[in-house]
Design a protein around this ligand. Structure first.
Ligand SMILES: Cc1cc2nc3c(=O)[nH]c(=O)nc-3n(C[C@H](O)[C@H](O)[C@H](O)COP(=O)(O)O)c2cc1C
Length: 84
């Protein structure tokens, strides 16, 4: 199993899911990182985080439909993270 090389790391896992598959993957990623010593919050992209400052790492993903991520994940990227 992989090990966090930089600790402690505060991680926000954001997912978009239409049928639940990506939600399960996101929770598994969160559980694995927690077991590795990271502090992790897993949220649906429909729910805005209160603040982004506490996090060192963002992991974002979405299930696909017709080659598209969910609308909420794209809005999340535009609103919060796509600053570069
Ligand atoms: C109607 C429909 C359209 C899909 N379109 C794509 C697609 O364009 N590209 C892709 O890689 N997967 C596609 N998939 C597969 C889904 O992305 C995959 O099942 C994914 O795990 C769904 O995530 P979710 O359960 O979190 O919504 C499609 C699935 C369905 C049911």
């Amino acid at each position: 199993m992989a090990t966090c090389r930089v600790k402690p790391v505060n991680v926000l896992v954001i997912y978009g899911s239409r049928w639940g598959g990506t939600a399960e993957v996101a929770k598994k990623i969160g559980l694995t990182l927690t077991q590795e010593g990271c502090t992790v919050e897993v949220i649906n992209a429909k729910k805005n985080p209160k603040k982004l400052e506490p996090y060192d790492l963002f992991i974002i993903g979405s299930g696909m439909r017709a080659d598209k991520w969910t609308k909420e994940t794209l809005v999340f990227l535009e609103k919060f993270l796509l600053l570069f």
